[in-house]
Design a protein around this ligand. Structure first.
Ligand code: AMP
Length: 222
């Protein structure tokens, strides 16, 4: 099964993708995570991408399409995958279609999480993430058990560098101008499903479920 989670930054795509990874046993392919890993490794590509990411801009299509092309060729994608944060422009969506056609695959569903901008700003302002396992918390809606410490791996939580008020404004603008037009693209393909991502209960339930699974895995590894 080939899925895509779609929505504005902070809409909960990553959280829902992790939920789907557990449910279907297929990998989450997050371009944001891949870029952050490249930055941590200080690769040339990572250093170039950082300049765009720090300002809340989009990394050039050619770079992103290259990353996805290599990633989708890997063996773990054979049974399916969950795209998270890709595509973000029409050019990327067209490149994905070409890649899928070339490999005889098709996109089964685009799950779009609809959240009003005001709620996104609130969510991003309180977001804390674990640099090790990627678990996401919120200072108000989903606190870690010990303040600023990941429940799963005990690492100190961090604020993402691009989770600040100015950058979020740019990221939302980019979403509305460049990414939201893809809604029509996927509606025409007949794979688009809209979900109300502002429901606290759905988000909360998914997070609790994920964190329990994460904790079980952590305890097993001890
Ligand atoms: P995310 O973790 O998905 O919020 O992505 C963080 C940042 O990485 C974005 O604000 C962009 O700067 C960059 N990025 C991630 N995915 C893409 C993409 N598909 N196209 C362009 N830039 C991207």
């Amino acid at each position: 099964m080939n899925l895509m989670v779609f929505g504005a930054p902070g809409a909960g795509k990553g959280t829902q993708a992790k939920f789907l990874v557990e449910k279907y046993g297929i990998p989450q392919i997050s371009t944001g995570d891949m870029l952050r890993a490249a930055i941590a490794e200080k690769t040339d590509m990572g250093m170039e991408a950082k300049q765009y990411m720090d300002k809340g801009g989009l990394v050039p299509d050619s770079t992103i399409i290259g990353i996805i092309k290599d990633r989708l060729k890997k063996e773990d994608c054979e049974k399916g995958f969950i795209l998270d944060g890709f595509p973000r422009t029409l050019k990327q969506a067209e490149a994905l279609e070409e890649l899928m056609n070339q490999s005889g695959k098709k996109l089964d569903k685009v799950l779009s999480f609809d959240v009003p901008d005001e709620l996104i700003i609130q969510r991003i302002a309180g977001r804390r993430v674990c640099p090790k396992c990627g678990a996401s918390y919120h200072t108000e809606f989903n606190c870690s058990q010990v303040e600023n410490i990941c429940d799963c791996c005990n690492d100190a939580l961090i604020i993402r560098k691009d989770d600040n008020a100015d950058t979020v404004k740019n990221r939302l603008e980019n979403y509305h101008n460049q990414t939201a037009p893809l809604i029509d693209f996927y509606k025409k393909m007949g794979v688009f499903t809209q979900i109300d991502g502002s429901q606290k209960l759905m988000v909360r339930k998914s997070l609790i479920w994920l964190q329990k699974r994460c904790l079980v895995r952590y305890k097993k590894s001890l």
